[in-house]
Structure formats: C-alpha cells, structure tokens
Design a binder for this molecule. Structure first.
Ligand code: NAI
Length: 389
C-alpha cells in the first residue's frame, strides 16, 4: 500500500470520521460512507471546524486544509468502495449488523481489498466468518479521539492470512500511528489490561476506603496518571465504560477478575453518564466544584499500590497468554491510554517480588480469585528474572 491506495471508511460517527481524517491527512483519497445523511453532514461540518481551528493556530495552511477536506468524499452507499485497497468499518457495535455489512462489502470490493473492523469488543473471527475470503479480514482498532491517539491495535483473526499484516502495519506507521499486534481475545490489549484501573478503583470506593476524589488524587499524585479513574470514567462515559466491562466479563466466561460493579451500573441507570450529561461521579455544571480529596499519605499509598499491582498483574497475564509481545504491551498502555510508564517496565522498576507480595497479601486478605497472581509473575520471581534488561 502507498499514498495512492484508496481508503474506504464505513460509519461516519466519532471513530469513522476520525479515521477518515487521519487517512486524508496522510494524503489518501477517502470515501466516507454512512447510511445516515445527517451523520455525513455532521461529520463534514465537524472536520471543517477542526481544520479551521488548525489553520487558526497556524498548524496547517489554508490550502493544505482545503485539499485535505477535498480528499474525502462523503457517500451514502458503498458502491464506490469498488476501487478501494482498504476498507475500515466503524459502524454500530453489533455483531449481526457488522456481519451483514462485511458480507455485503465483499460483493463490492476488489479481490485484493483488505477489510478491517474497528470493533472494540467483538470477536474479529466472527466478523471474518461472514466473508468468503476471510483471510483478508482483520481488526484495526483505533482509540478515541483517533486523530490524536497514536495507538492502533492490529488484530489478526484465526482466518487472517499473515501476508496481509505487514502492509497494514507499514500503512499505519505511514499515518503516524504506533501499531501493535494483539491476539483476537476480549478487550485485545488496552481494554483488557486497563480493567482494574476502573474496577479496583470502584471496589475501593464501595468498601469505603476512600471517596472518588481521594482515589483520583492518589493515582494522579502518587502514580503520575494524567486523570484519575473516576475522572476518566466520566470522560469516556459511564455507559460506554460499563458496556466494555460487561462485555469483557461475559466474553471471559465470567472470570470474577472482570466482574462489573453495581456502583457503575446504577450510575448508568440514573443517567449520570459523565461529562456528556453534565453529571457523572463529578458534577460538570458551571459553578460546581469538585469535592476535596483526603490528602492522607497512608491512604494514598494503599490506593495507589492496590490499583497498580492489579494493573501490572493484568499486563503480566496478557504476556503469559501471548496476547501481545512485552514491547507491544508497554507501548499499548502508554500510547493508547496515556499511562505514565509501561506496566512491565514499571514492574521491573518496583521489583517483581514486591508486586507479587502485594498481590499475595491482597489474595490472602480477601480470599478472592480476583487477586490471584499470574503464574508468569510467580515463575519470574522464583527465577529472579526481569521483563527488560
Ligand atoms: P457512532 O455511533 O458515533 O457512529 C456509528 C455510525 O455508523 C453512525 O453514524 C451510524 O449512522 C453508522 N451506521 C450504523 N450502521 C450502519 C450501516 N449498516 N451502514 C453504514 N453506516 C452505519 O459510533 P463510534 O463511537 O464511532 O463507534 C464505531 C465503532 O468503533 C464501534 O464498533 C465501536 O465499538 C468502535 N470504537 C469506538 C470507540 C469510541 O471510543 N467511541 C473507540 C474504539 C472503537
């Protein structure tokens, strides 16, 4: 693939619009298709606004901005995908709808065209199974907002022909992205490893150890995270975050480590979705101020270590189960969710024995499978090994 490769994007919502913008910025001709005319005009207007702002800030000159926008054709049917080299699907997260769209796409595109889904939680194998030539199907998972977040998870399905991977990896690099390879398992890399950041924070809240403002403060102050878990859930939307947790939990055959919480479920039911509804854990109404955290050092340490070792444990377990390479696991968490350090490097820095001791202490105290340490962590501690030299 090269700059002359034509890119098709189906679904002109938040993600599809962002992906179209990235491809057009890289110089490709893009067809952005949506079944809703309103979505298409909304997408076009939004891009116009983004480009106006970039021109205003002097980041792009007005001719380049105009040319970029002209490279995107907004279309209501997929007929023009016939000459595309890659089509990325970013429609509603529903397996039946995605399958029928992939099935139909195959009747339009050329034999060599690669078909990709931006799904965040569905199995790529089941989407690929809707195609006769399922060897050309893979997941290309961008992060929101796509033009700003560098990470892209590339997910081959069991059916994907390996020869189709390197052109896509190279293409993503040429788009300025940081591609990582992930196994087709629930949550891929980021949405799997990040679960305890939310789940353990909510558990700490439910146990009454600290309030949400204190938990956020601990993670930012002690851990160097840009946002605390509750601020981040409010930012993502509690509905979306809850759905991801629920899906990961179900798809992991109800592994208790990923169990969703009543706290977040009730927030969703109450319509406290976060920033987008003006109220989540925090209130975003003008004039309202956030509650003050309890800046007690001991509580701060307890919260930080508990969440960090749970995150490290997930990262180690993902490596143990060959979800991705150690380099890609660390890259994914820093480039996909802005963690201050890669979790495996962080574990090396802390000392693997210290991480394991903390997990074993939690498991002994709680007696819950949720806190079981990854076998890889245990094995590495017994051999005195580190992840990186
Ligand atoms: P969205 O709801 O903003 O946009 C979806 C668009 O698809 C809508 O404009 C809708 O009209 C269109 N659409 C639905 N069915 C269609 C069809 N059959 N043919 C053509 N267009 C159709 O959704 P969003 O947030 O952009 O998500 C899209 C995909 O990306 C989903 O699979 C989601 O899981 C995934 N994703 C979402 C992220 C997020 O943070 N929003 C992050 C990463 C992946």
């Amino acid at each position: 693939m090269n700059i002359d490769s034509k890119i098709g994007v189906i679904g002109a919502g938040a993600m599809g619009s962002g992906i179209a913008q990235i491809a057009a910025t890289a110089g490709h001709s893009v067809y952005l298709c949506d079944s809703s005319n309103e979505a298409l005009s909304g997408s076009k207007a939004k891009l116009q606004k983004v480009m106006d702002r970039l021109v205003e800030k002097g980041k792009v000159n007005s001719t380049a901005a105009k040319e970029l926008q002209e490279r995107i054709s907004y279309v209501e049917n997929t007929g023009c995908f016939a000459d595309c080299d890659l089509v990325i699907e970013a429609i509603v997260e529903n397996i039946e709808v995605k399958k029928s769209v992939f099935n139909e796409l195959e009747t339009i595109v050329s034999e060599d065209c690669i078909l990709a889904s931006n799904t965040s939680s569905l199995s790529v194998a089941s989407i690929a199974a809707a195609c006769k030539n399922s060897e050309r199907v893979m997941g290309i998972h961008f992060f929101n907002p796509a033009p700003l977040m560098p990470l892209v998870e590339i997910i081959p399905a069991v059916q994907t022909d390996e020869k189709n991977l390197s052109p896509i990896i190279e293409l993503m690099k040429s788009w300025g992205k940081a591609p990582v390879l992930a196994k087709d398992t629930p949550g891929f890399i980021v949405n799997r490893i990040a679960r305890p950041f939310y789940g353990e924070a909510i558990r700490i809240l439910e146990e009454g150890i600290a309030d949400y403002a204190t938990i956020d403060w601990a993670l930012k102050n002690k851990g160097g995270f840009r946002m605390g878990p509750f601020e981040l859930m409010d930012f993502i939307g509690n509905d979306i975050n809850y759905k991801v947790t629920e899906t990961v939990f179900e798809q992991f055959f109800y592994d208790p480590r990923y169990r969703p919480s009543f706290t977040q479920k009730r927030m969703v039911e109450a319509g406290r979705l976060g920033r987008k509804t003006g109220r989540g854990y925090y209130s975003y109404k003008e004039g309202d101020t956030a509650p003050k955290p309890n800046e007690d050092n001991e509580i701060c340490e307890e919260i930080f270590w508990r969440i960090l070792v749970m995150l490290i444990n997930e990262a180690v377990d993902a490596l143990y189960l060959h979800i991705a390479s150690k380099e890609d696991i660390d890259l994914a968490m820093t480039k996909g969710v802005n963690y201050p350090k890669g979790l495996l490097s962080w574990a090396d820095e802390i000392g693997l024995k210290k991480c394991l001791d903390k997990l074993d202490k939690l498991q002994a105290e709680y007696g819950e499978d949720r806190y079981r340490a990854s076998l890889l962590l245990r094995k590495m501690v017994s051999k005195g090994e580190k992840f990186f030299e």
